[in-house]
Write a protein that binds this ligand. Sequence first.
Ligand code: NAD
Ligand code: WQD
Length: 419
Amino acid sequence: MILVTGGTGYIGAQVVLQLLGHGQTVVILDNLCNSSRTSLERIARLGGRRARFVLGDVRNRAQLDALFADFPITAVIHCAGLKAVGESVREPLRYYDSNVGGSITLCQAMAAAGVFTLIFSSSATVYGDSPRMPIDERCATGLPTNPYGFSKLMAENVMTSLAASDARWSVGLLRYFNPIGAHDSGELGEAPAQIPNNLLPYLLQVASGQRDVLHVYGNDYATVDGTGVRDYVHVMDLAEGHWLALQALMGGSGVQVWNLGTGQGYSVLQVVDAFTRTCGVSVPLVFEPRRAGDVAQCWADPDKARRELGWQARRTLDDMLRDAWRWECRLAAQHRPILYTPLLQGFWRDGLLRCVAHTAAIGFTTPRSAATARWQGCRSPSSTPGTAPGRTAATPSPWPRWSPCRSPHRRTAPRPPVV
Ligand code: NAD
Ligand code: WQD
């Protein structure tokens, strides 16, 4: 049985599905701080089987000991952690506590239970601002630009030291580049609880009308069109990498590092263009100054994973965008008509006080049908891939651009926190 920490989260859920697909039994440990039990239902539906679930925290040693005592766990895939870069700047201790402290406690509990096979969700962020491109695993780890990045590097160092101290450990550090996309059924993907920091979730919310405009951070980088270049990798490809890494680690010893990326970089504008072309939805954008801490470009040399694991990303950028949009439309169709009544939309986006002020300003006349129609414009995943849910590049929105955020009480357009 495999323990997947953070298994109800965006990446963990895809990993669980992958393991179930290979006949493994899985137990998930998650404290649900950034996910919900809905993932379990989705996993069961797609995987045809249920994963066991334990509500708990990787920092809780007693809970971990009970978990290892209760289930015949042979290996751990450690996805649990906090991941919002901006939040990590504001609340560094929480990040070190969860990402470093949680990893240490997990390793202690594993050792006590005699389980020594571990895969860790690491990040390309540990390379910092690499002078070498593409980045291979021999590139030095750099100076991360935020506490989140440091916490991933520190957790890597903990595991590396541990494996050096005891040959029973077999550890895989998987350095993800930029995971995006969703399950190709459109049934499982990322559901950000807060204003997204990352490009794709923000873009999707602009495309579906939840946000007005995509802020593009920097158009003066030395890249193909001045915007930042990243290596976007489909989350299903990423999940397959975990399965292959697990097999490579079983019975082995020491630490192995593998980059999981495609080896191909795309600029922000190339992503936006590909999205419009593939999904048929235009994305209004505005250029902003560079975001603090951003690097100009970052893409992987994934050859080590290809040689040693037989892993290669198979899905294209168009696949990633199409699957992500299908998921976004599914989410929108299922939840938004209820959640996005004017009162609640104000609540979700601006907080209760703003909402009350706004409601007072506009009264209770509710253009509910307009809001609902806008969401219903996102067609279900059964619509042909590539057809245009919502607004198309050629056709302006048929729905009124109603938004409570345009009340006199909002002076600035909604902006993600600048990191
Ligand atoms: P996510 O937030 O969707 O999933 C993380 C899960 O961990 C959530 O379900 C959350 O509830 C759970 N969790 C958090 N702290 C916990 C704790 N102390 N105990 C138990 N459960 C806890 O994030 P994700 O995108 O799926 O990322 C998974 C891992 O991959 C993280 O470690 C992240 O740092 C790493 N990573 C993510 C990206 C990315 O772009 N998404 C890139 C590189 C690395
Ligand atoms: C990609 C590009 C932005 C949002 C971060 C973390 C990293 C990893 C993945 C995981 C950049 C631009 C973005 C927006 C924009 N985290 N952008 N407008 O910065 O490569 O990596 O997420 O756990 O550790 O640092 O990804 O998606 O934020 O940005 O113009 O609203 O898109 O400037 O060039 P990044 P990203």
